[in-house]
Every structure is written in C-alpha cells, then in structure tokens.
Write a protein that binds this ligand. Structure first.
Ligand code: ATP
Ligand code: MG
Length: 286
C-alpha cells in the first residue's frame, strides 16, 4: 500500500465542481456518484471525503482529512490550526457589509450601536474591533440578505460576487471587509510518508496552474525580424525557429503568459509577425 492521503472537498456547492475539475486535471481518476460521501482513486493514492464546506477546516485540523479544499473565508472564520499550502484561483468572492438601499452612508461609524446579521461572526467582529466600532452581531446560518426586511437586523455582512442578490433584496454594498478564493489546506503534523504523496499532488497542481497562465504562440515572420521578435517572446529557454517553405520566412514557436501576449501584440505585429496563433497549454513543467 502506498501512503494514501485523504482530501476533504465540498459535497455540493460553489466550490465542488472546480475542486473536482482541478483534481481531474491532475490526472487523478475517481468515481463520485451522487450522494457518495467517500471515494478513492484508481490511479493515485488518495481518498476523498465529500463534506459541507463549514466542516472542512475542522476535519483537516483534527487530522481526519490530511488535505482540504475550502474558501479562505471559512479558513478565517473557523480559525483552526492548519497550513494553507496554495491559493487555487477559483471561487473568488468578497465578504461585504450591506445596508438598505434608501439609507445614506457616510462611513463605518454608521454601524455604531446597530445590529448586523451574518454567518461570519468571527471575521466581522475582528473587523469591527479593528475599526473601533461597537455593533451587535446576529449570527444566522443562511438567507442573511432578508434579515433587514424582516426586522432582524439593520445591516448584513455576507458573501458578494456580482451584487445581484443584494440588489434583489433592496440592499447596497457599503464596505468590503474580506477577499476570498479557494485554497488547499493541510493538516499541521502530516507524517513523512504522506508528505511525499502531498508533494506529488502539489507538483501536479503547479503544472496545471502554470499551463493555465501561459499560452503557446506560433507566428510567421520575415527572417530579418527574428531578433526583434525573439526579444519580445523569449519563451521558456528560447523560442523554436523553423524555416517556412517560402524563402526568407520562418515560423516562431514560444510560450508566454497571456498578459504578456496582450502587452506585446502590437509590437509583434509592428516587427513583422503574421499569422499569429495562440494555443492553450494543458500542463507545464519547467
Ligand atoms: P455547504 O452546504 O457546503 O455548507 P454553503 O452554502 O456554505 O455550502 P456555497 O454557497 O456552496 O456554501 O459556497 C461555498 C464557498 O464558495 C463559500 O464559502 C465561498 O468561499 C465561495 N463562494 C460563495 N459564493 C460565491 C460566489 N457567488 N462566487 C464565487 N464564490 C463563492
Ligand atoms: Mg457552508
């Protein structure tokens, strides 16, 4: 038996699909039938626990799971003793304070002596303390947006992505207090044997992430423009140059970050590049 690690992922919700997609992109095969709470992989020493996201930091802190994929908001709220190994770049959202649309807002002092409904009492109370504002926090576990309209609280602190849920409930966002994305978390004292499996998984995740950030670029250029073009798209070691059938022309192949591509596109064209193709990269190992 290899050193099997256990990873906790959200059973269903805004984290689950991307979490499982990332694991699949790492070449790890598994079966997750609906309603299954546990599963294992057929080609990597890993077991899956499918849980509510609120429970993931606790399970990882206790060592029931070695790893977990969860939002930074839950990590901060639960404040358990765990290590954050990696930001994963999905499920990006923010925690914000919101108040009824018609209210005028002049600053955080607005909340002094008021009541705020939230599912994130710890993050909110830390924030209010840092601003020296005293407010009453009502902890509720869901449907926070309706609290003001039913008279439960005067404001709310909740997750916002587009702001449309707030708008539908007659609320406006007034302060952003926390930014979050999905992270890979790890138990603090993982055994040396399991550590090796964790390293293997991290290596694969890095390759997938690097692949996503970079593009493979192919273009044609007159030979006299090659020096200039190579300086614009230097690639991993250096670009590949292949002669075209037409004399005096070459094909240049290189890898660059997508941002860098957009920054350099005008200069590439000005230097004489033509027929530019940009192709996604699945995995990248430097
Ligand atoms: P569970 O049943 O597992 O407790 P939940 O209802 O608490 O699920 P979800 O709504 O599925 O949670 O959100 C899970 C996580 O996804 C949140 O904790 C947050 O990190 C992130 N998230 C929440 N809303 C959004 C959003 N609109 N866009 C992107 N990410 C979000
Ligand atoms: Mg939850």
């Amino acid at each position: 038996m290899e050193n099997i690690i256990r990873i906790a992922v959200q059973k269903s919700g805004r984290l689950s699909e991307e979490s499982l997609k990332l694991i699949k992109e790492c070449g790890i095969k598994f079966y997750n039938g609906t309603g299954k709470l546990k599963s294992s992989s057929t080609n990597f020493p890993i077991e899956f626990l499918f849980l509510r996201d609120d429970d993931i930091p606790g399970y990882v802190a206790d060592g029931v799971a070695d790893l977990g994929i969860v939002g930074e908001n839950e990590v901060a709220e639960k404040n358990k003793s765990i290590d954050v190994l990696k930001k994963l770049g999905f499920s990006k959202c923010r925690l914000s304070l919101a108040i009824p649309k018609g209210e005028s807002y002049s600053g955080i002092g607005y909340f002094e002596g008021k009541s705020i409904a939230t599912s994130y009492p710890n993050i909110l109370s830390d924030y209010l303390k840092s601003k020296q504002v005293q407010a009453e926090i009502h902890e509720i576990s869901g449907s926070v947006e309706i609290a003001p309209s039913i008279g439960l609280a005067e404001g709310i602190c909740d997750i916002v992505s587009s702001g449309s849920t707030l708008m539908m409930n007659g609320l406006k966002e007034v302060e952003e207090i926390f930014q979050s994305e999905a992270v890979l978390i790890c138990h603090k004292d993982i055994s040396g044997d399991k550590q090796q499996t964790v390293e293997k998984l991290l290596f694969r995740m890095d390759a997938v992430q690097k692949g996503k950030k970079n593009k493979y670029v192919l273009l044609n250029a007159p030979n006299e423009a090659l020096d200039r073009i190579i300086s614009l798209i230097p690639g991993m070691r250096s670009p590949t140059i292949l002669p075209l059938a037409e004399k005096g022309w070459s094909s240049v192949h290189s890898v660059i970050s997508e941002d860098q591509f957009w920054e350099n596109i005008e200069e590439l064209r000005a230097a004489g590049a033509q027929g530019i193709l940009v192709v996604p990269i699945e995995k990248m190992v430097l």
